[in-house]
Design a protein around this ligand. Structure first.
Ligand SMILES: Nc1nc2c(ncn2[C@@H]2O[C@H](COP(=O)(O)OP(=O)(O)O)[C@@H](O)[C@H]2O)c(=O)[nH]1
Ligand SMILES: [Mg+2]
Length: 327
């Protein structure tokens, strides 16, 4: 009898898996992803493929044109030229096979940048240290992330660590209410002091997740580095092993400038991942591949709008399939 129930249970599980329902709303449906990145697909794949695929052989003229298109699609100069150089030095791949070639190249790059799964301590506190320039979308991302973690049953605290921008704490406070999570804010003291208090609160009151907001504009690199280092050393001292994600937030629309920002922040902070915001409507999603290649950092989250549920987990396989699927 028990076996019968077990079998039935297994059958149910199989049916559920076959339906491939998204596990929650922050798992992107394949169609949703395809639609969101359709402009990127056009720029990064369709335009490049159609300019090449009917040629007989690769020559310098064709490859130079292709390189320009890849750069325009925000793949970055280094990556674009390394791809065309690879084609220049070989005779096996023909222009008609360009789509498969690009698919393999991009897929390999994303794979070697590491897993896109969020790092979380299953037992005990997980701290997310969120950095990025002003306006990139840090505060909004924190709210979205907080909401998702709360919905998955975690106890979430936000730390209002942007003590530089006027009314930044107020903005985070409003988002905390919308996301129905707690916030630690103390205006008028420095970021490291806010983070110190927030960690103490998170530890004393058994929070699962602490999301730390930070300032994006600090006059110059030295200031930025000092401030972020101060916060980082407070975390390391007070909560060793708890910093599970050091995440850079980039606005997809900044394109190549995103690469310079990634360089600046990776010099200031030991980054573990990137969140790409404002991918909705952007044609510059190629930056995901450029960042994976140049900085060896996985994109883990994507922002697709201004609302609280406009945050999706990034899945590299789905991204590649959506980019290369026939229209
Ligand atoms: N369309 C769109 N807008 C976004 C997204 N994420 C953030 N924004 C908007 O970008 C602006 C700056 O966001 P904010 O979180 O304040 O940036 P911060 O300065 O890095 O904290 C706000 O107007 C947000 O509504 C996104 O994924 N898509
Ligand atoms: Mg902010």
């Amino acid at each position: 009898m028990f076996d019968f129930f077990k079998k039935k249970d297994n059958q149910n599980k199989e049916t559920q898996q076959n339906e491939e329902k998204p596990k929650s709303f922050w798992h992107f449906s394949f169609d949703g992803l395809k639609k969101t990145i359709s402009n990127t697909t056009q720029n990064l794949v369709e335009n490049v493929v159609s300019s090449v695929e009917e040629e007989e052989e690769f020559d310098d003229f064709i490859l130079d044109d292709m390189e320009d298109l890849l750069i325009k699609a925000d793949l970055g100069v280094n990556l674009a030229s390394s791809i065309t150089d690879k084609l220049r030095k070989q005779t096996k791949v023909k222009p008609s096979q360009i789509k498969m070639f690009l698919k393999d190249e991009f897929s390999e790059i994303l794979k070697s940048a590491g897993s896109s799964a969020l790092n979380i301590n299953e037992n005990g506190l997980s701290i997310f240290f969120i950095t990025g320039v002003n306006g990139a979308g840090k505060t909004t991302l924190i709210a979205k992330l907080a909401n998702n973690f709360r919905l998955s049953g975690k106890k979430v605290l936000l730390a209002a660590g942007d003590t530089f921008r006027a009314a930044a704490e107020e903005q985070l406070d409003i988002w905390a209410q919308r996301a129905q999570v707690d916030i630690y804010r103390k205006d008028g003291i420095d970021s490291a002091a806010v983070v110190f208090d927030a960690i103490k609160k998170a530890q004393n009151e058994n929070y699962d997740i602490l999301l730390i907001d930070t300032a994006g504009r600090l006059h110059n690199k030295k200031n930025l580095m000092e401030e972020l280092n101060k916060v980082k050393s407070v975390i390391d001292k007070l909560a060793p092993g708890c910093l599970t994600e050091s995440m850079l937030v980039l606005d997809a629309n900044t394109g190549q400038n995103g690469l310079s920002q990634a360089k600046l922040f990776s010099e200031c902070v030991n980054l573990t991942s990137v969140a790409l915001t404002k991918l909705d409507g952007s044609a510059k999603g190629g930056i995901i591949i450029a960042i994976a290649k140049e900085f060896n950092l996985p994109v883990k989250l994507i922002g697709v709008g201004e609302k609280i549920d406009d945050l999706k987990l990034f899945n590299p396989d789905d991204f590649i399939n959506a980019l290369f699927e026939k229209k």
